[in-house]
Design a protein around this ligand. Structure first.
Ligand code: B16
Ligand code: MG
Length: 218
């Protein structure tokens, strides 16, 4: 079956919001007197807000209302930091690939666990290059469950076999494989080695080359 669409993860694929998430979680952790390092933040890639908080709390049990307050506080810090995001923050190669997809008449969707995904793509100036957005509000079961990508494919009116998912997180690659998608992993093999095609970044990646590489697996 031929490829008719692409589904892109956001953080780590199209831009690097990990630094802003880190600063926001770090500020919260400092206020709570909990140690939190950049290395620990790496483990939160692609992980939804609530699970991220539970990981940061390292087994501390808190009432539900407090958990909600802490998530809101962290998100407030995050929203403050992402005001800095501009079109300069699109990762190398991403805008070109999205433009190639549009020019070729293929479809593109966003498949991000973030509830702030729409705001981020607006600030990056790439929102117009997407036909659909699946984000942190779209489904209940998060990655590594395939639900978010399946939802994105439905929005594009395509089957998983017709879509390529581009992901940088282990949980995201697993989610896409579970959904029956062809998967392009961005980053080191230790993290995304299970993907059909593994690339260090999207820099210099053109649509024709990418389609030729994924064709071997479809
Ligand atoms: P929010 P992605 C993920 O985005 C981030 O990688 C992860 O660190 C974050 O906790 C999650 O979104 C939820 O984000 O707090 O903004 O709803 O990689 O799926 O694009
Ligand atoms: Mg990601």
């Amino acid at each position: 079956m031929s490829i008719k669409g692409f589904i892109f993860d956001l953080d780590g694929v199209l831009t690097d919001t990990a630094e802003y998430h880190y600063r926001a979680w770090k500020r919260l952790a400092d206020e709570l007197g909990i140690p939190f390092t950049r290395e620990e933040n790496e483990a939160l890639r692609g992980i939804p807000r609530r699970e991220s908080l539970l990981m940061l709390l390292k087994g501390r049990i808190l009432p539900e209302a407090t958990l909600n307050e802490l998530m809101e506080r962290k998100n407030g810090y995050y929203l403050e930091y992402i005001r800095e995001i501009s079109p300069r923050d699109v990762l190398p190669g991403a805008r070109e690939l999205l433009s190639d997809i549009r020019a070729a008449g293929l479809k593109a969707a966003l498949g991000s666990a973030s509830k702030n995904a729409r705001e981020v793509i607006e600030r990056l100036g790439i929102a117009d290059l997407f036909d659909a957005v699946a984000d942190g509000y779209s489904v209940t079961r998060q990655k590594p469950a395939p639900d978010l990508f399946l939802h994105a494919a439905t929005l594009l009116d395509l089957s998983p076999a017709e879509c390529v998912v581009v992901e940088d997180a282990t949980a995201g690659v697993e989610a896409a494989l579970a959904g029956g998608f062809t998967v392009v992993g961005i980053g080191p093999a230790e993290r995304v080695g299970k993907a059909h095609v593994v690339l260090p970044t999207l820099a210099g990646v053109r649509l024709d080359d990418l389609l030729a590489q994924v064709a071997v697996h479809t």
